[in-house]
Ligand binder design. Structure first.
Ligand code: COA
Length: 728
C-alpha cells in the first residue's frame, strides 16, 4: 500500500517537531495490531522474548508473529508471511538479521504498516549508513515511520504493550522514558520495576534514523498519562528541532535529561573564542536550562527526581519549611536548600505562632523548626499538619534522625497518613537517617511512591528539581523564537556577504564587518589608513584625540608582538613619535614585510570589557554567547550560551548566569553597567545568526560596556562565513 500522499519528509533533520497533530504517532503507542517479524519459538532469541513480553504485559491488540517456518510462539500461531495477516497491523517489530531488513520493510509497506520498530543492529552505528538510509527512503515511499534501528523496542502503558526484549514486569504509571542507550534502557526496565516506578511509555531511539526525541516529545507532551519525561541522550543530531520541542513540552510536563559526555570540553574546532569556549557539553547544559529541562548528574538522581515529580503537586509559592528533630541535620538541609535554590519561609512571627505549641520550650520555631531529640510521632504529626495548613509555607522538608526515645512502630503509618494529606495540596519530602530499622522503613514506604530519602541532599535536590521546573513554567515563554523583536536589515548583510564571498574569502574585512555591526546597532571606532607621516597627523586630528595606531600589513599577524600598536596618543607629537617607532620596530621584527600604512583608530574610552559571540553550533544550530572579557573568559571560561533566537528577557537571564555578573551590577561603589544595552545586542545578534545560516561565527570582542544609560561600544567585530560552493 504505497502512500504517495504520505508525509512529505520523514527525515529527522527537516520534519516538523510535533507529530501528534496528525495522530500518526498515536498508532505507535496504541496500535490495533503488532506484527513481530522474526518471531521465534527459541526462548533464547529476541524474536521470542518480544512476543512473550507482549503476551505477559497483556497487550490489548492483536499479536501477529511472523516467521517463514510457521508454528507457534508462546501459544500464538505464527504466520508465514505478513501478507497472510488479517485486519490492520499498525506496528511491525523487526528482529531479523540486517541484510534481510530492507525486503521486509517493503513488505510491511505493502501490508499497510504505519510504524517500523527495527530492533536489528548493524546499520549506521557500525558505519552502514547506506542501508539505513535506504530503509528510511523505502519507509517514506509507503508513509511509514521508523523507530530505530538498533533498539530494544517500545513499551506503551496505553495499550499494555511491552514490545521490548527487556526483563518484563513494567508497571504502568506516569513517567515516560526515551533513551538512546539500549543497554541502559533495558537496565532501566529492571530498575523501575524494582523501585515500583510506573511508566507511561519507554522508547528506545537507537540510531534515530527517522523518529527522534523531538517527535516523541511532541507526542508525550499531549499524552495525559505522562507527567514526567526522562530523556537519556548521548548525542544531539537535529538540536534546533529538539530545542523547539523542549521549549513547548516543558510548559506542560517536567522533563529530566541525563546526558553522557560532560567531560568533553572544548571538543569543537575553534575558529574563535566563541568556538573554543563552546565545549559541546557547556552549550548543552546552558541550552537545556534555557528550555527548562532538569539535567541530572546521575541515573540515580534522575530516578529520584522523576519519581518525586511524577506525584508531587506544583507548589503555589516559593517558600519551604524544614521540620526536624536534630539541629545538625537541619543545618545540612538549609545548606542543601541554598545549593538547590529552594527558598526558606522566613516570617518569624508566623513560625512562632504555628509551631511553638508543638515543641518543648528549648525547641526552636525558627526555620529549620527543631522539635528536638525528644520529639514523638505525635509532635511530628502536629507540626507537619500545621505546616500543611499554614498559608505561605509552600512546601515541607521533614527530617528525622533516629533516637532511642522515638517509637518507630507507628512511623510507617505517620509517613503514609501525612503523605496522603499532602499529596494533592503541597509538596513534601522526607529524609530519615539512622540504622537498619530506618533503612527498612525507607525501603518499605518508598515502594508506595512516598518521597522518602536516606540523604538530606537527595530529598532537597528532588524538591529543588520541582521548583526549577515550576519556576520555568511561570516565566513567560521566550518570544525570540517567534521572530520579530529585532527587525534587521538583512539585505545589507547578504549584500556584503555575497560580495566578499565572490572573492573566495571566508571572512569579512573591517570595513565590511562595519556594515554588519551597523545592522546590529553598533558603531565601530572610526578608522583611517595613513600612508605618510603627514597623513597620520592629519587623520588623527580629523578623528579626534586620543587615538590608537596600528600597523597595516598582511605579513604581520601579531601586531603587538612586532611593536606595531600604540595606544592612548593624545597629541600631534605623540602621533609623530608613534608613527616612526611603529615602522622602525615592525621593519626590525619582520624585515620582508610589505607595509601598507598605519591605521589611525578612534580610541574607545574605558569601561567593562565583555565578549559577545554567535555561531552555528554543530549540535544546536545557531547559538549566542556572552561573557566578561580578559581573565574571566580566558581563564575562568565564565560564559553563557543560549540557542538563538532569544528575546530580551532570555538575554537578561543569560547575562545574569555568568559568575562575574555582580561586576556588571556594580561592586565597591561602582555604578551599575548598561546591562540593557548588552541584552539588546544579544537579541539582535541572535536574530542575525538564526536568520543568516551562512554566517558561521561572529565575535564582538571586546564589547565595552559603560554605566547604565551610557550604552556599549564594539571595538572589534570578526565575522566568518561559508563561501558558496563553486567560488574559489
Ligand atoms: N521474516 C520473518 N522471520 C524471518 C525472516 C523473515 N524474512 N528471515 C528469518 N526469519 C526468522 C529466522 O528463521 C529466525 O527464526 P527461528 O529461530 O525460528 O529460526 C528468526 O527470524 C530470527 O532470525 P535469526 O537469523 O535467527 O536471527 P537472530 O534472532 O539470531 O538475530 C537480530 C536477529 C535482529 C536479533 C540480530 O541480527 C541483531 O541485530 N541483534 C542485535 C539486537 C540489538 O542488540 N539491538 C539493539 C538493542 S539496544
Amino acid at each position: 500500500m504505497r502512500r504517495d500522499e504520505g508525509r512529505e519528509c520523514m527525515s529527522s533533520e527537516c520534519c516538523s517537531t510535533n507529530d501528534a497533530g496528525d495522530g500518526t504517532m498515536d498508532l505507535l503507542f496504541r496500535p490495533r495490531g503488532v506484527a513481530v517479524i522474526g518471531a521465534s519459538s527459541n526462548p533464547g532469541k529476541i524474536g521470542y522474548r518480544i512476543v512473550a513480553n507482549m503476551v505477559a504485559s497483556g497487550y490489548d491488540g492483536r499479536i501477529v508473529p511472523i516467521n517463514p517456518k510457521g508454528g507457534e510462539v508462546d501459544g500464538i500461531p505464527v504466520l508465514k508471511s505478513l501478507a497472510d495477516a488479517e485486519g490492520p497491523i499498525d506496528v511491525a517489530v523487526i528482529s531479523i538479521p540486517a541484510p534481510l531488513v530492507a525486503d521486509t520493510v517493503r513488505s510491511c509497506g505493502e501490508a499497510g504498516v504505519r510504524h517500523l520498530v527495527i530492533v536489528t543492529s548493524g546499520f549506521s552505528e557500525v558505519g552502514n549508513t547506506e542501508d539505513e538510509r535506504d530503509i528510511v527512503r523505502v519507509a517514506r515511499e509507503y508513509g511509514m515511520r521508523v523507530l530505530g534501528p538498533n533498539i530494544f523496542g517500545v513499551y506503551s502503558a496505553k495499550s499494555a504493550m511491552d514490545a521490548t526484549f527487556g526483563p518484563g514486569g513494567i508497571e504502568p504509571g506516569h513517567v515516560a522514558i526515551v533513551t538512546q542507550s539500549g543497554a541502559l534502557g533495558i537496565a532501566m526496565i529492571g530498575k523501575t520495576a524494582g523501585e515500583s516506578l510506573g511508566l507511561s511509555a519507554l522508547v528506545s531511539v537507537g540510531n534515530k534514523s527517522d523518529i527522534d526525541e523531538a517527535d516523541l516529545l511532541g507526542y508525550l507532551a499531549d499524552d495525559e498519562a505522562t507527567r514526567v519525561i526522562l530523556l537519556y541522550i548521548e548525542g544531539v543530531k537535529a538540536g534546533d528541532r529538539l530545542v523547539r520541542a523542549l521549549r513547548e513540552t516543558t510548559r506542560r510536563k517536567h522533563v529530566v535529561v541525563i546526558k553522557s559526555g560532560r567531560s568533553q570540553r572544548g571538543a569543537m574546532a575553534a575558529a574563535s573564542h566563541t568556538g573554543s569556549l563552546a565545549g559541546a557539553d557547556d552549550v548543552f547544559d546552558d541550552v537545556m536550562r534555557q528550555c527548562g529541562v532538569l539535567r541530572a548528574e546521575s541515573v540515580q538522581e534522575a530516578f529520584n527526581w522523576v519519581r518525586f515529580l511524577s506525584s508531587a503537586p506544583l507548589p503555589s509559592g516559593r517558600d519551604a519549611v524544614i521540620i526536624t528533630n536534630g539541629g545538625g541535620i537541619g543545618v545540612l538541609a538549609t545548606d542543601a536548600c541554598e545549593k538547590h535554590d529552594v527558598a526558606l519561609f522566613d516570617d518569624q512571627l508566623l513560625l512562632k505562632e504555628t509551631f511553638s505549641g508543638v515543641m518543648p520550650d528549648f525547641g526552636s520555631s525558627k526555620n529549620p523548626v527543631d522539635l528536638t531529640g525528644q520529639a514523638s510521632a505525635d509532635d511530628y504529626r502536629k507540626a507537619l499538619d500545621a505546616a500543611r495548613v499554614t498559608e505561605g509555607m509552600d512546601a515541607t522538608i521533614a527530617l528525622y534522625c533516629e533516637t532511642g526515645l522515638f517509637n518507630t512502630a507507628g512511623f510507617s503509618a505517620l509517613l503514609r497518613e501525612t503523605y496522603a494529606q499532602y499529596e494533592t495540596e503541597k509538596p513534601i519530602v522526607f529524609s530519615l537517617f539512622g540504622g537498619e530499622r530506618v533503612e527498612r522503613l525507607i525501603r518499605d514506604v518508598r515502594r508506595d511512591g512516598i518521597p522518602v530519602f536516606g540523604d538530606v541532599y537527595e530529598a532537597v535536590s528532588a524538591l529543588g528539581a520541582l521548583y526549577s521546573s515550576w519556576n520555568h513554567r511561570r516565566q513567560p515563554a521566550d518570544e525570540g523564537a517567534r521572530g520579530g523583536e529585532a527587525a534587521l536589515d538583512l539585505a545589507s548583510v547578504r549584500d556584503v556577504l555575497q560580495k566578499a564571498g565572490a572573492t573566495g574569502r571566508g571572512f569579512l574585512l573591517p570595513q565590511e564587518a562595519a556594515v554588519v555591526a551597523d545592522v546590529l546597532g553598533l558603531s565601530l571606532p572610526t578608522s583611517r589608513i595613513a600612508r605618510t607621516l603627514d597623513d597620520a597627523v592629519r587623520l588623527a586630528n580629523e578623528i579626534g584625540y586620543p587615538v590608537v595606531m596600528k600597523i597595516v600589513s598582511k605579513d604581520i599577524i601579531h601586531k603587538s608582538d612586532a611593536g606595531g600598536v600604540a595606544v592612548d596618543l593624545e597629541n600631534d607629537n605623540e602621533v609623530v613619535d608613534a608613527y616612526q617607532a611603529i615602522l622602525q620596530s615592525c621593519r626590525a621584527a619582520v624585515p620582508d614585510a610589505v607595509i601598507d600604512g598605519v591605521e589611525i583608530v578612534e580610541m574607545v574610552s574605558a569601561g567593562v570589557e565583555t565578549i559577545v559571540g554567535a555561531r552555528q553550533d554543530g549540535s544546536f544550530g545557531p547559538v549566542v554567547m556572552f561573557g566578561l572579557g580578559g581573565i574571566y573568559v580566558e581563564v575562568m571560561k565564565d560564559v553563557a550560551f543560549r540557542a538563538a533566537p532569544i528575546d530580551e528577557k532570555t538575554a537578561n537571564r543569560m547575562i545574569g548566569d555568568i559568575r562575574a555578573y555582580p561586576l556588571l551590577l556594580g561592586v565597591r561603589g561602582e555604578s551599575r553597567k548598561d546591562i540593557d544595552s548588552i541584552a539588546a545586542v544579544l537579541v539582535r545578534l541572535s536574530q542575525l545568526i538564526a536568520q543568516c545560516p551562512e554566517i558561521t561565527d561572529i565575535e564582538i570582542n571586546p564589547l565595552v560596556v559603560y554605566d547604565r544609560g551610557q550604552g556599549v561600544k564594539a571595538v572589534d567585530v570578526r565575522i566568518l562565513f561559508s563561501v558558496p560552493k563553486g567560488v574559489k
